[in-house]
Write a protein that binds this ligand. Structure first.
Ligand SMILES: Nc1ncnc2c1ncn2[C@@H]1O[C@H](COP(=O)(O)OP(=O)(O)O)[C@@H](O)[C@H]1O
Ligand SMILES: [Mg+2]
Length: 261
């Protein structure tokens, strides 16, 4: 396994609140990595550190061997596309404009909006299924529509590496599977995907590499089929379960048991 994006021995905190210490991981190139773990265990904090929105107290995040802090903003944004958990749209912006913002690393003060930008935006809107919303104000959209618009913005950025914080949380089940299928296609086309997912069964279905976190630590990582068992689910989520093969894919499927049974 090779990894362009790596974290070593990170201490991550907000003021006095320490979220992670000694956190290390590699994001495997060309693979779909899912990060799972209970609420508040530090998943978003990890992603924010990887895209240098949060500066580690100690330790290093590197891309291609170079600390992310040393990159120019556009140079980094050409490599890493990030979908935050709660992105905030500027007032009154329309869908097409917001998706167009994803093109910023590819533009300069001198260059006009190009045909290439136009094509990237159109392609991203089609992939995220938001073409019909192009002229709607973002703030008028439903949570799920808005989430797909943000996804389109990240796609328009055309980065080899995508970091997505709960990209499916507002989507109905059909759109969840569409989006996960799209991420798998991007992976098949050679992109690196790392996504925080809440549905452990979806994570097991789609991810090549699973990172299970608890209390700011990586508890287990590897192929879902090799690391997911009842003991891990108990440890990470404090949930009793039986693990059966997913009837469609054969990947691990977590079925919670009722308390006391
Ligand atoms: N901006 C912030 N300021 C202070 N504490 C924060 C901030 N963001 C997150 N936290 C705290 O850091 C911990 C980890 O949060 P987060 O990484 O968002 O968890 P997760 O994404 O796994 O649910 C939580 O205890 C949360 O309350
Ligand atoms: Mg989070």
């Amino acid at each position: 396994m090779t990894a362009r994006l790596t974290a070593r021995d990170l201490t991550l905190r907000y003021g006095d609140r320490v979220v992670s210490t000694h956190l290390s991981l590699d994001v495997p190139d060309g693979a779909f990595t899912a990060v799972v773990g209970p609420n508040a265990c530090g998943k978003s904090t990890l992603l924010r550190a990887l895209v240098r929105l949060l500066r580690p107290d100690t330790g290093e995040v590197r891309l291609d061997g170079r600390q992310v802090g040393g990159y120019a903003t556009k140079a980094l944004a050409k490599q890493l596309g990030f979908l935050p958990q709660d992105p905030l749209a500027p007032d009154d912006i329309k869908v097409r404009q917001l998706v167009g913002r994803g093109r910023f690393p590819h533009q300069s003060l001198l260059a006009l909006w190009s045909r290439q930008d136009e094509d990237a935006v159109a392609e991203a809107m089609a992939a995220a299924g938001v073409e019909d919303l192009a002229d709607r104000p973002v703030r008028e959209l439903s949570g799920g529509q808005r989430q797909r618009v943000w996804m389109a913005m990240v796609l328009a950025q055309e980065t080899p590496c995508l970091l997505l914080d709960e990209p499916t949380s507002f989507l109905d089940i059909t759109h969840q599977y569409q989006l996960l299928g799209l991420l798998a296609e991007l992976r098949d086309a050679g992109r690196t995907v790392i996504a925080v997912l809440h549905d452990i069964n979806q994570a097991c279905r789609f991810a090549d590499h699973l990172i299970a976190m608890k209390d700011g630590r990586v508890v287990a990582e590897g192929a879902p089929g090799t690391i997911v068992d009842a003991a891990l689910i108990k440890d990470v989520f404090d949930l009793s379960s039986v693990i059966i093969p997913d009837p469609v894919t054969g990947t691990p499927m977590v079925v919670p048991t009722l308390e006391g049974e």
